[in-house]
Write a protein that binds this ligand. Structure first.
Ligand code: FEO
Length: 394
């Protein structure tokens, strides 16, 4: 990706990873991603905000060369994870005068992760400012979006907030200011669900902290920039709120059709009651889609057959993932079928212990579902409707 001017003497110098399809060896990236870095030329000093993933070292370095950067005074490290810090060691080699400006916690991470010597750092505190001459950077600590050391940098004169992962999206596009519409919102929501959702309570405080700033542009380090900051801030406010939607997610897996028949029947029951249903066949599903659906749903019903006296491994994986992402789900249940016995309800329940959700009696059947089993599913659907009515979301 070529250099792009954002405002006078403020440039996008990052890289686009068009064909990256997996992040952290876990998260599918249907739209690739970007590692945004920004160069700010003040009248006295020059600063780079965030580096890039080592896979895109050449693009970042070539952008700096193309802008004629001979001396780099500061490298601001908002976050130590390697997709934003991986190229720091190389930059320090090429620009030996550079001071890495960051907080104490981030310094400790960078020293451990990248083996950077102590004397390369300039440590700042929450609220500190750094003058580049006619431009001033202000550092605001925003812990747990999504690591303990994460912070954002505010360019006071240009009213740009460099937010790193916070408000980011895995969305590779050649337009650094993408249209603030459904597509961008979907990618930002997917991103929120995958790494920010477990910290939604902390995000409330971080949003309050940045709300006092007069922001023209939010410039994250993944995905497009926002010219209308309230577009993404309001979306975050909705996602982190305690509000849930009249939706039931059904992550399911079936081996020989019994659990699948239960799921089909159950879906129809819920739909007929006016509840939106989102089934996810775990043998095929994109876990990013599942994560995104977890942001709003009032209820999750996991469906699994019994395998070797326990839940199917795909259901175990889904339960573990849901538990790690800590959605604001209010109700949980389990349905499924067994042949000769086992304890998958207890197993799945224990895997979901992080969730602050009410457990509704499960429906577990022997073999293929029969009349009484369909009746039990009807009771479960009734209970879910009643619970949703109590929340006034129906
Ligand atoms: Fe984009 Fe937490 O790194």
């Amino acid at each position: 990706m070529t250099v792009q001017k954002i405002k006078d003497n403020v440039y996008f110098v990052g890289a686009i990873h068009w064909d990256r399809r997996l992040f952290d060896e876990l998260i599918p990236l249907p739209d690739g991603t970007t590692y945004n870095s920004y160069l700010i030329k003040g009248s006295k000093k020059t600063a780079l905000i965030d580096a890039a993933d080592p896979a895109k070292e050449n693009e970042l370095l070539s952008n700096l060369r193309n802008l004629g950067v001979k001396k780099l005074d500061y490298l601001i490290s908002n976050h130590a994870e390697q997709d934003h810090s991986g190229v720091i060691s190389r930059i320090v080699e090429l620009y030996p005068e550079t001071k890495i400006v960051t907080n104490e916690k981030c310094k400790d991470f960078l020293r451990e992760l990248l083996l950077i010597p102590e004397d390369k750092f300039y440590i700042i505190k929450d609220g500190d400012e750094l003058s580049l001459g006619n431009k001033t950077l202000k550092f605001i600590f925003t812990p747990w979006v999504h690591w303990p050391e994460t912070m954002v940098t505010y360019l006071i004169e240009d009213r740009i907030l460099f937010s790193c992962d916070f408000f980011g999206s895995h969305y590779a596009t050649s337009s650094i200011f993408a249209k603030e519409g459904e597509k961008l919102l979907e990618d930002a929501k997917r991103y929120y669900a995958e790494i920010m959702m477990p910290f939604r309570k902390t995000i409330v405080k971080n949003i309050e902290k940045i709300s006092v700033l007069d922001i023209d542009i939010i410039a994250p380090s993944h995905g497009p920039l926002y010219k209308n900051p309230s577009f993404i801030i309001n979306a975050y406010k909705e996602w982190i709120s305690d509000d849930v939607k009249n939706e039931v997610l059904i992550p399911y897996v079936s081996m020989h059709g019994s659990t699948e028949r239960m799921v089909e029947y159950f879906i129809d029951l819920l739909v007929n009651k006016g509840i939106e249903v989102k089934p996810f066949n775990l043998s095929k599903t994109d876990i990013g889609e599942l994560a995104m659906a977890l942001v709003d749903a009032a209820t999750i019903v996991i469906a699994s057959p019994m395998v070797l006296a326990g839940a199917h491994p795909a259901a175990v994986y889904a339960a573990f993932l849901v538990n790690a992402l800590r959605p604001k789900t209010r109700f949980l249940s389990i349905i499924g079928s067994y042949g000769w016995g086992g304890k998958f309800v207890e197993q799945l329940k224990s895997l979901l212990s992080n969730l602050n959700a009410e457990f509704i009696e499960p429906v577990i059947v022997k073999g293929y579902p029969k009349e009484k089993d369909f009746k039990a599913l009807e009771n479960l659907a009734d209970k879910i409707l009643e619970k949703h009515k109590q929340l006034k979301i129906v």
